[in-house]
Write a protein that binds this ligand. Sequence first.
Ligand code: ADP
Ligand code: MG
Ligand code: ZN
Length: 479
Amino acid sequence: MEYNIVIGLETHAELNTDTKLFCGCSTSFGSEPNTQTCPICLGLPGVLPVINRKAFDHTLKTALALNCEINDFVNFDRKNYYYPDLPKNYQISQNHFNVGNNGSVDIIVKGEKKRIGINNVHLEEDAGKLVHPEASDAGHSLIDFNRAGVPLVEIVTNPDLRSIDDVQGYMHTLRNILQYINVSDCKMQEGSLRFEASISLCRKGAKVFGNRVEIKNLNSMKAVMKVLAYEISRQKELLDKGAQIVMETRLWDEVDGVSRRMRTKEEAHDYRYFPEPDLVPILVDKKSIDRIRETIPELSAMRRQRFTSEYLISDYEAGILTESKPLADYFEECVKLTIVSPKELSNWIINDVLRVLNEKKSHIQDFTISPKMLVDLIEMKSEIGGSIAKEVFSEMSNTGKDASSIVREKNLTPLSNAEELNFIISKIIEDNPKAIEDYGKGKKSALSFLVGQTMKITKGKANPKILIDIFREKLENNL
Ligand code: ADP
Ligand code: MG
Ligand code: ZN
């Protein structure tokens, strides 16, 4: 039977604030367990939460970047559940009065634009982290509360995604936007970006969606795509047999490559949401919205378009350059510093800079070669020649020295000394009578052979353009 696939995604991104959502504890990653805690984030009795302004502003910024309608009345709700990583036994989240609703994200899938609806954007606190020892007979688990109370923005789509390609496009676009607006580092290996996927299948042509299954705790885009592929075939098989899909929550088992039931709808949690009495509502006025809107930079889709029209580079190149904001900034910084064509700068960045960063597993923000240094090198190219320029580039990336010091130190200055060059060229002419004869007969390729010989002897230090001129002059005069 043929089915339509319906998917909705809930994304949690840790906001890059210095301190937690309701207390002054640090949010930095990788510290000793339970060293970043206080009575508030440990949920001790008698404490009161105080909202982190920056976390709220970041959520507002996210909602605006995702084209949401911003609610002028925003409130927090308690979501009650008992779990060992949640010390208060409730999570402060938002249910009724989210920061934003009815937004959208445009994604490109197989060259076609698709609009994905955003149901809501809201702010909540993260839970702690349970660590289960590998040995099954350990008899205990460990808990680290450093993450408890770290601010999360949650972004919920409408059930608008129709394929795994859609999901991949959406996740990439969303991550790109969050990084561009600088609200989250989106480091998946540190758990800064996590997903929950809902998926259902319905017969082609059916008027209502099928029962959905929700898969929780997906820590990488790869896991999302794998579990969805698995679920599609699992649900298809069941439906083909005439069976029903039960509404349930499942977990992805990475090791066995299967999803497993966690709980059914009957066992579903009743969160008993109610308004958080310890926090006052937030009234969002137009001035605050405008203030935050002003901090949103041009996003990558727009920037990509502008790069192609303003700098006359291909859409493909513009796509690579705008993949990350720091890289796009680096490119534009270079453009500003020189009259070298943007196309040539783009070639250098895509072919050389990105190759080195890839090899070093490093980021453009930490790159040893600043835009000014790169531009200086490229401007020297006509003088030192392409192959020396590449050599200097790799030396620069290793040492952080600028191009002119390297050229000086390694004695890479081109042979511009006319006397020396003349001497070498006369010698080459003497040693290659056959080529000279060929040239005289009109065989122009003899000239490149001679230039090649000279480059060999000078170890690439002669400027080929000048060489061609000198050879021409000498040979024409001899004829
Ligand atoms: P709940 O409040 O129970 O969490 P929501 O309405 O918030 O349910 O939906 C959660 C997620 O499930 C959303 O991303 C939504 O797009 C998605 N979703 C809703 N209905 C379906 C469906 N029939 N098939 C697949 N996904 C769905
Ligand atoms: Mg939900
Ligand atoms: Zn704290």
